[in-house]
Write a protein that binds this ligand. Structure first.
Ligand code: AMP
Length: 478
């Protein structure tokens, strides 16, 4: 779960990158960083929100018309400052890089880099491995006097070695800016333009903020390079039969005002509500009111209410100043934070059969607290409808879903979950409904690994176990 931006502009790009990172803040609140280049690299990264890391003084230092930025929530590494992005190396060129995603053969590649190529790393961030792999490969392919050709050959090697998901932006000092996306296109990356300025961003919403026009998504397996004369080069270096964009981006993660791989996130959420509404009809639910859990589930709740022909009301109010409950280290802390975060509007709830719509259940903490809040506000009955199917498998591609043990649906049946969270009815989206709704007739293939356990990059059982083991270790260290 990260957000990236890369801009090749005319004047100092740091201000645009800063604004862009603010628009991507939802993709990571743990650390933020920007690196720019004029005759030398200028780097600032720190822990916390974009607003906390950058100030007038350090922004003034980040000179140059070319730069990349990153917001991070750690899915590998230890979440310390050493793991904050961007990173850079100085050989065979000055190369800076940031990425969104997660590589699944990290330890194998780290060992290869250390033992075979004598590259010493400074962190446990997986982008450092991609960066060094690119460095090693570029050195090998530099013979050609066509730099883009060399970069293509080097990136092809990255695609060959690096497994998992990675949407990458980078600078090559004195040569230009580049971006590539893994061959399965798991994490989003889009491309925009304003006059003779070029930008890459995890979500198209950045272009709206910065007045760039959205050109298109970077294709899976594609390398785009804008050279120092602002000439555009691109090549699709690896094609898989299908691409598999992460479906959870549409369910929960991305901003509703973004368009990813040709599908509007807001429209996808409206359709998720339509499909979920049909499931509620099958269960013969007859609520008096539909209430979204703010903010992600709003669009879906609106559609559910239309299908059921029942009013949709704001019955839960969110305190925006409470940090994310999901990242609290202990269960007790998470429970307290949910209570601080959400408060019911009693007049909308008292004596009513309430259907609450939320985007997902992971551990069940939020749902349990919400049901208790609504009962305390004297709801007559509480039904819970979830816009995605039961989450059961860890995401190895960059969404913060750590280990199988954390998923309530991995351990218990739906009926048991309903009892545990105390709802009168619990309705989940079906996997067919999910794919139909998000695809909207435009696309059938997505990464659905967290629901189905089918990983598009065909991860080995041993690799999965290793990732889980490391995550448990990191959680304890955090
Ligand atoms: P839980 O309380 O553990 O069941 O988590 C479910 C809640 O967390 C839902 O209300 C979601 O909106 C939110 N959520 C789901 N997945 C994630 C994620 N990967 N990171 C942060 N929040 C999430």
């Amino acid at each position: 779960m990260c957000g990236v931006i890369g801009i090749y502009g005319n004047d100092n790009v740091v201000y645009e990158i800063y604004e862009g990172l603010i628009a991507l803040q939802h993709r990571g609140q743990d650390s933020a960083g920007i690196i720019t280049y004029n005759e030398m690299f200028h780097l600032k990264k720190g822990m916390g929100l974009v607003n906390n890391v950058f100030n007038e003084k350090n922004i003034a230092r980040l000179q140059g018309n070319i730069g990349i930025g990153h917001v991070r929530y750690p899915t590998s590494g230890f979440g310390s400052l050493e793991d904050a992005q961007p990173f850079y190396i100085n050989y065979p060129f000055g190369i800076a890089m940031a990425h969104n995603g997660n590589i699944t053969n990290y330890y194998e590649l780290r060992e290869l880099l250390e033992k075979k190529f004598f590259r010493k790393l400074t962190s446990y961030s997986d982008v450092e491995v991609i960066l060094n792999m690119l460095g090693v490969a570029l050195e090998k392919h530099l013979k050609s006097n066509n730099f883009f050709k060399s970069l293509c050959l080097a990136t092809k090697e990255v695609f060959k070695y690096v497994k998992g998901s990675y949407s990458v932006v980078g600078i090559i000092a004195d040569y230009g800016i580049f971006a590539f996306r893994d061959p399965y296109g798991i994490k989003p990356l889009s491309f925009g333009k304003k006059n003779n300025c070029y930008a890459f961003a995890s979500e198209s919403v950045v272009f709206d903020m910065l007045d760039y026009s959205f050109v298109r998504d970077v294709y899976p397996g594609e390398l785009i390079f804008i050279d120092k004369n602002k000439k555009f080069h691109s090549k699709r270096l690896k094609r898989e039969k299908y691409s598999y964009p992460c479906i959870f981006e549409y369910v929960y993660f991305a901003r509703p005002d973004s368009i990813i791989d040709g599908i509007g996130v807001y429209e996808a959420r409206l359709r998720l509500g339509e499909e979920l509404g049909k499931e509620c009809l099958k269960e013969n639910l007859k609520p008096d009111v539909v209430i979204p859990v703010p903010d992600t589930a709003r669009a879906a709740a609106f559609s559910v209410s239309k299908v059921l022909k029942v009013d949709c009301k704001e019955g839960l109010i969110k305190n925006r100043y409470i940090p994310r409950t999901f990242i609290m280290p202990t269960q007790k802390e998470r429970e307290i934070k949910v209570k601080q975060k959400l408060n019911p509007i009693k007049s909308e709830i008292e004596n009513k059969k309430v259907l609450v719509v939320d985007d997902s259940i992971v551990r069940g903490t939020t749902s349990k607290e919400i049901v208790a809040l609504l009962r305390k506000a004297k709801a007559k009955e509480v039904y819970l409808a979830i816009t995605c199917p039961p989450l059961r498998f860890p995401c190895v591609y960059g969404i913060d879903m750590m280990t199988r043990g954390e998923f309530i649906a991995k351990k218990y049946s739906i009926e048991k979950i309903r009892m545990m969270i105390g709802a009168d009815k619990l309705i989940y989206q079906t996997i067919e409904g999910l794919i139909k709704a998000v695809g909207g007739g435009k696309r059938e293939h997505f990464c659905t690994a967290c629901f189905t356990g089918i990983y598009p990059t065909k991860i080995k059982k041993k690799e999965l176990e290793k990732i889980e083991k490391e995550r448990i270790k990191q959680k304890i260290t955090l």
